[in-house]
Ligand binder design. Sequence first.
Ligand code: AMP
Length: 404
Amino acid sequence: MKILVINSGSSSIKYELFDAEDLEILASGLVEKIGEHGSALNHKTFTKLKETSQYSKQLPIPDHNIALKCILDILLHPEHGVIKDSSQIVAVGHRVVHGGELFHRTTIIDDKVIQAIRENIHLAPLHNPPNLKGIEVAREVFPGAVQVAVFDTAFHHTIPKKAFLYALPLELYEREKIRRYGFHGTSHSYVAEQASRFLDIPPGQLNLITIHLGNGASMAAIQGGKCIDTSMGMTPLEGLVMGTRSGDIDPALPFFLAEHLGMSYDDINELLNKESGLKGLCGTNDMREVIRMRDAGDERASLALEIYCYRIKKYIGAYFAALGRLDAIVFTAGIGENSPEVRERSCSGLGHLGIELDKQRNFSSSGIREINTDTSQVKVLVIPTNEELKIAMETLKALEHTRD
Ligand code: AMP
């Protein structure tokens, strides 16, 4: 029995295949440039977590349906495949970005669920349509498999009204569902579970601040295993400084940009989502490059790094206050897992809050690790995230429920 995890984007499908017995990864890959010139399939296989083969091929892939059929073909391939028959795939887990207010947990997909996800498209117009496409083609290509939706927003459904409502006329929430939803929920919940296991403290007794720093970035305040606040909002634009997103700004700025610089709605949308953040401040959204430029004496890169870490530090303070008691801070994702400097700067000067990083431990690498001093009252952990594995775990749980 195998579980296929799919992340379907507008021009790509990422996939991972897991053994349902032990959730060990068997294969992963990416179909990219769907419907474009130069479309290609990149595929890897694994045995006992070690990569055993690689396969890359450019081939015409006009749509998502053909893309998924290519994925099935390579999974069945005599040399690079890992299954003998498509019926071995008993469930397909789909990443769905926005579940709105309707979906609080992982959900088995039927026609009604598809309709409800469609009704949420206006909340995530860039992400939900390609996610939906992935679901529709997976139902055709794997008709015998249980299809499961895992929502990026679901983990945040426990956030109370005082934290999820904006101070706007209340009808805008009641009528239009304008509120904070939060994203990266799969990652925040995965690292929170890992932290509970690592610290040997039950989730119900554990207060955490989880900090997901990838190209997109967000933080969550987790009290007794439940999320009580998060930095992304109605959309992923709010909160931390990100690769290309501004994060928090004065909400009046778009009016100023329109009135004084003559920018259109589309220009402002592009500016805040694609041209701001690290890229806007110093020209690159790649943190490795920002650090390289700063080391070479670039003042804009130095400023970008300072602004980036200062924002994280402010949120640590805010979430510590919201939680009242804090057991651990968890850093995760590309930057959180790999940049000792970002971790150090984000936690610097917080000794009076009981947060003390150990310089040497902070430079240790790989795996789950504790990087605080022995006297620090708050633990500081680095925990590699694995959103695909979490989706596979959720899918397996949903599958087991269907068999109860
Ligand atoms: P993700 O979206 O989780 O893949 O993270 C992407 C971000 O991680 C990019 O900004 C990368 O520059 C950053 N990143 C990856 N490796 C490192 C590293 N060794 N040091 C600093 N940033 C890194």
